[in-house]
Design a protein around this ligand. Structure first.
Ligand code: KIV
Length: 292
């Protein structure tokens, strides 16, 4: 953890800081966030990377998959999240079909970093996106790779299915991760694959691997904010550990609120504004007529 020796405050985490943590005991801790409060809570909890994931399509916007989120929506949420982050590295996802060519990738990264204030971008894919990763990194843009179950390819996979389950499939994923590294990515997400496959990839690259559903062998872990806190109930992947049930806690709180309103118990004295005493006597004398 970097600390500024003059102020004693923790310095912002950078992409090179993350890259330098390959193989160290202290694992890299990442979480998604999509707005000011979630990013602020994640940052103050001490995470190293806040990812504005395109999973926002599902957990925030209610879509069935990640395919319909747009660059403008990602920019909107990234900018909101940027206001809540002071230490963590803020990474934004490049949405589906926004990096099909090198030119499109450059434009999208420009929007996410220039308008959204992200400090790095993430894109999905292996050997197929090498030209895009190379061009972005050569332009000074830190890139996080993402291989394995890449949700933007859900139609080709036939659903949200684990990848790398055979020797050939594992070999292809190792090639993908190495291609992403060679193209210049500073770290790579490994999603939904057997731990044996994640282990091989982690040993085969010199950049940190960040796992989600890839066992404990990776250099770091990432989960979706709403899964960790129990705010998304459509489905919970097996690899998620729920640390709180804020969805149910919020529902209970709102049931209580409705009851208090309906029975006249809210607002109470403490939630009510009163006039200064010298005004009260006079205001009572005001004659107010209904307008017809
Ligand atoms: O969109 C997302 O949230 C992600 C992470 C889960 C890695 O890509």
């Amino acid at each position: 953890m970097n600390t500024n020796t003059d102020t004693g405050r923790q310095s912002p985490v950078t992409a090179p800081d993350i890259q330098a943590r390959k193989g160290v005991d202290d694992k890299i801790c990442c979480i998604t966030a999509y707005d000011y409060p979630s990013a602020m809570i994640a940052d103050s909890a001490g995470v190293d990377i806040v990812l504005v994931g395109d999973s926002l399509a599902m957990v925030v916007l209610g879509h069935r998959d990640t395919l319909s989120v747009t660059v403008d929506e990602m920019v909107h949420h990234t900018l909101a999240a940027s206001r809540g982050v002071s230490r963590a590295l803020l990474v934004a996802d490049m949405p589906f079909m926004s990096y099909g060519t090198v030119e499109r990738a450059m434009e999208t990264a420009h929007s996410l970093m220039g308008r959204g204030r992200a400090r790095a971008v993430k894109l999905e894919g292996g050997t197929a996106v090498v030209p895009q990763i190379r061009a972005l990194t050569e332009a000074g843009i830190p890139v996080m790779g993402h291989v394995g179950l890449t949700p933007q390819h859900v139609a080709r996979f036939g659903g949200f299915k684990a990848q790398g389950k055979s020797v050939e499939a594992a070999r292809a994923l190792i090639d993908d991760a190495q291609a992403v590294e060679e193209a210049g990515a500073f770290c790579v997400v490994l999603e939904a694959m057997p731990v044996e496959c994640a282990q091989l990839i982690t040993e085969a690259v010199d950049i940190p691997t960040i796992g989600i559903g890839a066992g404990s062998v990776t250099d770091g872990q990432i989960l979706v904010y709403h899964d960790v806190l129990g705010l998304f109930d459509r489905f919970v992947p097996k690899f998620v550990r729920r640390y709180a049930d804020l969805g149910e806690a919020s529902r209970q709180a709102l049931v209580q609120y409705c009851e208090d309103v309906r029975r006249g118990r809210f607002p109470g004295d403490k939630n009510t504004l009163y006039m200064p005493e010298d005004q009260v006597a006079q205001v009572r004398k005001l004659k107010v007529k209904k307008k017809k």
